[in-house]
Design a protein around this ligand. Sequence first.
Ligand code: SF4
Length: 54
Amino acid sequence: MADILAGVKCTVQNCKYWNSGYKCSAPSIEVNVDGGGTSASRSPETNCKTFVPR
Ligand code: SF4
């Protein structure tokens, strides 16, 4: 099993880095603001740029 990125809970189950238990096995992740920029108001306005579909 791939190394798990500690402290990250992810619900995107069709990502190639996703593992059961809502765990991420990417070496690191990048999280951005939806639509660009550097400021978000609410969590739904952010997303994981490291996502790769299975
Ligand atoms: S890379 Fe991002 S989307 Fe994929 S499992 Fe990790 S946290 Fe989730």
